[in-house]
Design a protein around this ligand. Structure first.
Ligand code: FAD
Length: 471
């Protein structure tokens, strides 16, 4: 039998359950549809599009040029292909954004009504969100019981499958687009710096995994907090686009430590994969997570509107070095270290009192790993309104955070080179440096580097007062 293999967020050959199924049935017609018709406000951001372009290119190469590309509404494109080719079987791996679930359900129903076999598989989560429930059959809201009592008590995650070696392709279908016709690459060349940091595609994912297992897994629990070193896997964009499955990562990490889950580094790393699952779980059970406070109490929060402050934050010009370094890392590389994401997030929603949704939107556009589940859940976590969130009144002091996690100021120097001659005593608070020190470091506050846009102490108090209003 010939199968239409619909690639989506599973842009890989290895451990791809839908592809494996299609392969076992006979010939394959592989397709990708860039669906910008039903996304609404969640249309793909610019950095993600850059990534997708390269990822599709890599996938096409690994399919010997047989990937067929389309743009538009899959609800009309798929039936058209089936009609023209006579194919009677469609497979895909599931996606979990609410609009995708709705769309895919409609497609499946329509296909089945027309006697087409339509099958979906789990290719991107370790545990299906509907499988992990509390004893009373309601979803968990707190991470630790969700992960330890819910997930880890389930049967072991599926073992990864190898890639099908010799795929037989169906006759090519002409009525499709070239990759360039999708116009995914942005007009401005800001992405040139991103090219030096990433290798989108299955091979890039495999490289990052092996480097991580060799150099960083041992030590992960501590090094994962240091933004100047590569102490984490940098697998998030690869995971988002499905160039690697969480199952491959899970079992490779277990193998690297001979299954010793008492190893604190391994345990911490696996639990981060657990946080990824938890985000998808929350989005599945609370589909409005991207736009609505998980905790209703925050609906009356007195957010402030300040275009100037928002812009300074977005451009890495707040005058708070660790915040600026993070925002510039994001702009230059499409990525930001997790510790710094928490710091810049806290600064936006607490010191600047700007609604977390503004931060969510900016990240959505700039991150190569922009992921509706992880981004919304994490922003809500930072803002205090999410499930199992950091309490609002726990406000990060960005100077102390910088001094603790970027002790030598290496990270700040890298992304704010105008501060690189500041002695480490002042690099996280250059405005406090005596005049002679600033002169020697060639820093003129308000000129070569901005003065802080808010007073940290006063804005902290203002945040606490705002919180009191909804408490
Ligand atoms: P590692 O430390 O190597 O972790 C391995 C994998 O676990 C990651 O690739 C990721 O898939 C997952 N993971 C780790 N931490 C988290 C977490 N807190 N929540 C969910 N999954 C996690 N992650 C995204 O993938 N997409 C986003 O859009 C996103 N937005 C974020 C926004 C904010 C405000 C914050 C605080 C965090 C956000 N994160 C997001 C989570 C986290 O910062 C990244 O997943 C992580 O930095 C990716 O780097 P890594 O692959 O080296 O992670």
């Amino acid at each position: 039998k010939t199968t239409l293999m619909w690639f989506r967020q599973d842009l890989r050959r290895r451990d791809n359950p839908a592809l494996r199924d299609a392969y076992e049935q006979g010939k394959i017609l592989p397709i990708y549809i860039f669906d910008d018709t039903q996304t609404g406000k969640t249309a793909m951001g610019a950095a993600s599009k850059w990534w997708l372009h390269h990822s599709l290119n890599a996938l096409n190469e690994s399919l010997n040029g047989h990937l067929h590309i389309f743009k538009g509404d899959p609800e009309t494109i798929i039936p058209e292909i089936l009609e023209k080719t006579g194919i009677q079987r469609v497979v895909w791996n599931r996606c979990y954004e609410p609009w995708q679930i709705k769309r895919d359900k409609a497609i499946k129903t329509h296909l089945k009504e027309n006697d087409i076999e339509a099958l979906s598989f789990n290719g991107s989560l370790l545990w299906e969100p509907w499988q992990v429930l509390k004893k009373d059959q309601t979803p968990y809201k707190v991470f630790t019981p969700y992960y330890r009592k819910g997930c880890l008590q389930q049967p072991e995650p599926r073992m990864p499958q190898s890639a099908p070696d010799r795929i037989t392709y169906a006759k090519d279908y002409d009525d499709c687009l070239t990759l360039d016709e999708l116009s995914l690459l942005p007009d401005i060349h800001w992405y040139k710096t991103m090219e030096q940091c990433w290798k989108p595609g299955e091979e890039g994912a495999a490289d990052n995994l092996s480097v991580f297992l060799k150099d960083a897994l041992e030590g992960y629990k501590d090094e994962r907090n240091i933004p100047s070193v590569v102490g984490t896997s940098r697998l998030s964009p690869h995971l988002h686009f499905g160039e690697i499955s969480p199952n491959q990562i899970w079992y490779a990490a277990l193998d690297a430590k001979q299954g010793n889950t008492d190893n604190e580094h391994l345990d911490t790393f696996l639990s981060e994969l657990g946080w990824r699952e938890f985000s998808h779980y929350l989005l599945f059970h609370w589909p409005r997570l991207q736009t609505h406070n998980f905790n209703d109490k925050y609906n009356d929060f007195p957010w402030q509107q300040s275009k100037a402050n928002l812009r300074a934050w977005q451009q890495g010009q707040t005058g708070i070095p660790i915040v600026d370094a993070g925002m510039r890392e994001l702009w230059q590389t499409g990525y930001m270290h997790n510790r710094v994401r928490m710091i810049v997030g806290s600064f936006l929603v607490k010191n600047l009192l700007i609604d977390w949704r503004e931060g969510e939107r900016w990240f959505w556009d700039c991150l190569v790993d922009a992921d509706m589940a992880a981004n919304s859940a994490s922003w809500q976590w930072v803002a205090g309104c999410g499930a199992d969130a950091a309490p609002y009144f726990r406000i990060f002091n960005p100077v102390l955070q910088g001094e603790k996690f970027d002790t030598e100021g290496e990270y700040v120097s890298r992304y704010c080179p105008e501060l690189k001659h500041m002695p480490k005593k002042y690099i996280h608070k250059p405005w406090e440096a005596p005049k002679e020190v600033r002169q020697k470091a060639q820093v003129v506050i308000g000129n070569t580097y901005p003065a802080p846009i808010v007073d940290l102490k006063a804005s902290r108090q203002r945040a606490l007062d705002a919180y009191d209003k909804i408490k």
